[in-house]
Design a protein around this ligand. Sequence first.
Ligand SMILES: Cc1ncc(COP(=O)(O)O)c(C=O)c1O
Length: 389
Amino acid sequence: MKTAEKLTKIPPYLFMELRKKINKAKADGIDVISLAIGDPVEATPDSIIDELCATSRDPLNHRYPIDEEKGMLAFRREVAKWYETRYGVTLNPETEILGLIGSKEGCHHFIIARVNPEDIVLMTDPGYPAYRASILLGGGVPYNVPILPQNGYLPVFEDIPPDVAQKATAMFLNYPNNPTGACATMEFLNKLVEFARTYDIAVCYDNPYSEIVFAGQQHISFLMAKGAKDVGIELNSLSKPFNMCGWRLGMACGNPELIAAISKVKENTDSGIFNPIQFAGIKALQKEALFVDKMIDLYGKRRELALKTLKKIGIEFNPPKGTFYLWVPVPKGMTSLEFTNRLFDKTAVVVAAGTAYGQYGEGFVRISLTVPDARLKEAMQRIEKEFKQ
Ligand SMILES: Cc1ncc(COP(=O)(O)O)c(C=O)c1O
């Protein structure tokens, strides 16, 4: 059967490929440790699970969750409170918030809602691979904006050719950044609003790591920038702060016209989010802010361990201030892929090659700290043994 041509432009999804490789090695009896995927292993807090269990017993919640097309109003109200408390951002739950099946869904629907065929869509390189796929599936043309270490991994708007910016109708960004761990500043966000306003570019600021920042780094939302709501939306998610990756719950917040347009796409695509998941999400936002802090402590300790080991094998760099990733320069004389392959072949430790995130990812690998402490320790011991001269 012939399938749509646009699918041929989309490279295989990185993590699906990695999972296949890992599963094959495991089937061969190899003790593989994967540091490749950002998916917390610790359980979702009990209060959230209890809420899911209790609300899922109510038959009213077994029906289509279509009473309110933007997601349950109670959930959207709680998101509004969360944004007010955590970021000082005021949002109207009726018009400026939309419940999502994870922020990844939002990336896709944002493109369908905003982009016309052949429109340019700006995205960072390195960048989260799902952006490219969403742009291509939506008929847009991805344009890579390099983000480089010397600029704190932030785009330099002056370097984007004006004719490209003029043809662009949308842009994806995310800080705290996957894969580099870099964080944005308010100064940068203000510049982003100005750039978007100048060229009429709709910003999709994808912010699922907004809560995962280390001591000394401010929690920042794009919507804190003056005029942000005029030019875009922010996607956020319960996946990373509450260890709820598998639950699939997120939100789009900001520009009411974009929210209405994305809502229209959603109405015609799915029939909403299972109500008990939204009730559980309300519980998370109301009760579990301290859980995020506990996880950040844990990631901080793991980060120290990884940095110590990397230093021992001659790899030193400024650690990122956000996310649970380390964007690690590879040893001199090796490419990202060579380093990744040697790690896999000699130590059975899996990391993500930087080039999987774009050409400017060359020279780096991404390590995720979302593995149990004992496994990270074991991985670090293997790496030290292999690379220590
Ligand atoms: C930058 C970025 N956006 C979106 C997502 C997807 O998040 P969600 O689970 O909310 O769909 C991820 C997950 O790794 C991510 O790194």
